[in-house]
Ligand binder design. Structure first.
Ligand SMILES: *Cc1c(COP(=O)(O)O)cnc(C)c1O
Length: 408
């Protein structure tokens, strides 16, 4: 018999989304007529835009001809797409050869963990997107969990209303790999220039590397907020940015993302990190789908940019409607606080005196709405609920109507 990778034994049971699905199923079985609406998932719902769809269908049709056929491409991605990302997303900040195309941000977050030594300490925001920790647990870097579920080699950085959802950086030990997500999933908070400057300065001073998950940058509407970590001076010496077309253009199912590994980033022994990342991409990955990459090219055209802005605006409008419902009198009287600035698809909502799962059950029961309990993203998420604005407008409007009738 073969030995199991002990990282898997150290994983916490996949509790959050299976448990949400189970409670939803049980409720539906008991109330077959209830028309349940989900404001729970982080999955896009609206169709791909016309220009992008046309580019992908045209390319796919071409693949069926001798002239248009192509097999494997460069593992790092189409040069044209790398150049376009550099030019459109990182004007004058990043070179095309620092951009690597992938099949999605989650996949890159998982692969990137192969770059660092097994004993590299990790720091994460609490609450956080689960992949940072779970990926580190599987790779062995996070170590065993204690009785409370906290992993030995992970520093949890509470992000709460008290600290404006920006962590106390002094808790991070030197030479740590810091996962940082902004605009954040689940809190929806987008960090300011000043905050990111503090993060970058701290990382540079203490030999840390930041994995900056920027999957929601397209939702930023406040012009004073940075749209990439590379707007911060000094970031090219300490930050890898992971990004995606998923939330930008509804590519959650199409699958396309990218990472930026600046040439100036080095390991302790002086090896450029970019060199090893190039090796990971060529050895463990064989390039993103060529159809998806042509969709990505179209997305960054003028036409595509206009369309995807409208697509993101649609979700932002949903979020505005949900915020209005959650700031109505019933919720105000119960001291419910909605943390939402309009720069993300998620509303992070505090229900003082409630446990996340209890308020989840009550909203499911009274409004037939599925949400996501904040405690599932980490201990600092307790008493919070994440409302997602990914949904069809009619469903969102109906959900808001039901929320307006909610009683504590
Ligand atoms: C949705 C999401 C992603 C995107 O992942 P893909 O694999 O590109 O679909 C990345 N990070 C966070 C925090 C997300 O919520």
């Amino acid at each position: 018999m073969l030995e199991r990778n002990e990282g898997f034994a150290n994983l916490a049971a996949g509790y959050l989304f299976p448990e949400v699905a189970k409670r939803r199923r049980e409720f539906q079985a008991k109330h077959p007529d209830a028309k349940i609406i989900s404001l729970g998932v982080g999955n896009t719902t609206e169709p791909l835009t016309k220009h992008i769809t046309k580019a992908m269908t045209d390319y796919a049709k071409g693949l069926g001809t001798s002239k248009g056929y192509s097999g494997y491409g460069d593992e790092q991605g189409l040069t044209e797409l790398r150049e376009k990302i550099a030019k459109v997303i990182y004007p004058d900040l990043i070179n095309a050869d620092e951009v690597f195309i992938s099949d999605g941000a989650k996949c890159d977050i998982a692969r990137i963990q192969t770059l660092f030594g097994r004993k590299t300490p990790i720091a994460v925001q609490d609450p956080a997107y689960p992949v940072y920790i779970d990926g580190s647990v599987i790779s062995g870097a996070a170590g065993k969990a204690n009785a409370k579920g906290a992993h030995k080699n992970v520093t949890y950085l509470p992000c709460t209303a008290e600290n404006n959802f920006f962590p106390d950086l002094t808790k991070i030990k030197p030479n740590t790999l810091i996962y940082f997500c902004s605009p954040n999933n689940p809190t929806g908070v987008a960090s300011t220039k000043k905050q990111l400057k503090a993060l970058v300065d701290y990382a540079n001073k203490n030999g840390c590397i930041i994995i900056y998950d920027n999957a929601y940058f397209a939702f930023i509407r406040d012009p004073s907020l940075p749209k990439t970590i590379y707007e911060i001076p000094g970031s090219k010496k300490c930050a890898i940015e992971i990004n995606s077309f998923s939330k930008l253009a509804g590519f959650t199912g199409v699958r396309l993302g990218w990472s930026v590994v600046p040439s100036a980033l080095k390991f302790a022994d002086g090896t450029p990190i970019r060199q090893d990342w190039n090796r990971v991409m060529t050895t463990l990955f064989n390039g993103a789908s060529n159809i998806a990459q042509h969709g990505g090219l179209a997305c960054l055209d003028e036409e595509g940019q206009k369309e995807t802005k409208e697509l993101v605006d649609y979700y932002l409008e949903n979020a505005k409607l949900i915020k209005e419902a959650l700031t109505s009198k019933t919720f105000k009287d119960a001291n419910v606080k909605v943390y939402y600035t309009g720069d993300s698809p998620y509303l992070w909502v505090h229900f003082p005196g409630w446990k996340s799962w209890d308020i989840f059950d009550k909203i499911l029961n009274d409004c037939n709405i599925v949400t996501t309990p904040g405690s599932g993203f980490g201990p600092s998420g307790e008493s919070y609920i994440r409302f997602s604005s990914f949904g069809h407008r009619n469903d969102v409007k109906e959900a808001c109507k039901r929320l307006l009738k909610f009683k504590f």
